[in-house]
Design a protein around this ligand. Structure first.
Ligand code: HPA
Length: 266
């Protein structure tokens, strides 16, 4: 981590981000019109290279609505073969750079009929179905404690700000529990029924490890799912990546506007 940190610090000089944003599939539009310092992941020691279509694979350090921000355009997924500790290295690096708030976004499948594609869901809590935990291994006491509490991973304060902005902008928000499986195969209809019965509203293949690490190192988390499709069995159309990216782009514009308004009050 020290090598990664030193490299980034040298690139950004005295830019000190306080906010981090991780953009999920199709959400790249958020960065349009933003100017700042760009660093491709391929240049950063310790970072992977994001291989998923719809993910750009670079860090952007920029001012976003008055906040010094680092934006991850694309993330490292467990299903790409990265370990959960590689997957969450950026979060730890951001903490060391001074970040104290993070927005985690993702594309997700809906587990509820009343939450159609195009919906924006504020994540209230999560269920980790990845079968592993990013904090397994030697604990770095400078970041957090060995057995971190996972109450209120997703900040009530940040959610209230976003809800308030959404009300003012006439944007409808859904709320729910996000469940993460490893992927890359989509869920079976039986798995989808199970997840819904267990209390989840949406399902995806990311975000949970990053949220765990952020909470562990005392970063305030906002989690937002862009609902791109009905999960398997809830619709005649089978989930597919093209649909995910396309719906991400359409609903992503609405989400980008909402986040930019909200960030002013973070
Ligand atoms: N399942 C899992 N991950 C997803 C989905 C889905 O239906 N849609 C977008 N990401």
């Amino acid at each position: 981590m020290q090598e990664t940190l030193d490299f980034i610090k040298n690139e950004i000089k005295d830019f000190k981000p306080e906010l981090a944003i991780v953009l999920g599939s199709g959400l790249g539009a958020f960065c349009e019109g933003l100017e700042g310092i760009t660093i491709p992941y391929s240049k950063i020691p310790g970072f992977g290279s994001s291989s998923v279509k719809g993910h750009k694979g670079e860090l952007l350090f920029a001012n976003v609505c008055g906040k010094k921000t680092v934006i991850m355009q694309g993330r490292f997924h467990f299903y790409e073969g990265y370990s959960l500790s590689q997957n969450t290295l950026p979060i730890k690096v951001f903490k060391k750079l001074g970040v104290n708030k993070i927005i985690l976004t993702n594309a997700a499948g809906s587990l509820r009929e009343d939450m159609p594609p195009g919906s924006i869901m504020l994540i209230e809590d999560h269920i980790n179905f990845m079968g592993s935990n990013p904090l397994i291994g030697v604990n770095d006491d400078t970041l957090g404690t060995r057995f971190p509490d996972m109450n209120e991973v997703y900040s009530k304060r940040l959610r209230a700000i976003v809800e308030n902005c959404a009300n003012k902008m006439g944007i409808e928000l859904k709320h729910g529990v996000y469940s993460a499986l490893t992927g890359p195969s989509y869920e079976t209809p039986a798995e989808v029924r199970m997840l819904a019965k267990l209390g989840a509203s949406a399902t995806g293949m990311s975000t949970v490890p990053e949220a765990i690490v952020a909470k562990y190192c005392s970063i305030e988390v906002l989690g937002v799912s862009l609902i791109t499709n009905y999960a398997a069995g809830l619709s005649k159309v089978a989930p597919n990546h093209r649909e995910v990216v396309e719906m991400g782009k359409i609903a992503g514009e609405k989400l980008s506007k909402l986040l930019k308004e909200s960030i002013k009050e973070f």
